[in-house]
Write a new protein. Structure first.
Length: 77
């Protein structure tokens, strides 16, 4: 009888699963101080939105440094 063994490998390689995490390191007081200051300073935000179905395109652009500001994924409707 011949036995074949499947070598061990990381599970994420099988399904190519990925996860995104967001971490905010500020306190409630930090937020309150920021929002008190924001009207006196010209705070400008730049956001580029992508449909969720184009998440891979957004990640490719992010890796290539082609996103200015924040990339935001929007749910497909």
């Amino acid at each position: 009888m011949v036995l074949y063994y499947i070598p061990a490998f990381p599970y994420e390689l099988l399904w190519e699963e990925r996860s995104l995490c967001s971490v905010a390191n500020l306190t409630r007081r930090d937020g309150e101080e920021f929002f008190a200051l924001a009207p006196r300073v010209p705070v400008q935000t730049t956001v580029q939105t992508f449909p969720l179905s184009e998440a891979n395109e957004a990640l490719d652009r992010l890796r290539a440094g082609q996103i200015r500001g924040a990339a935001v994924l929007m749910p497909d409707v």
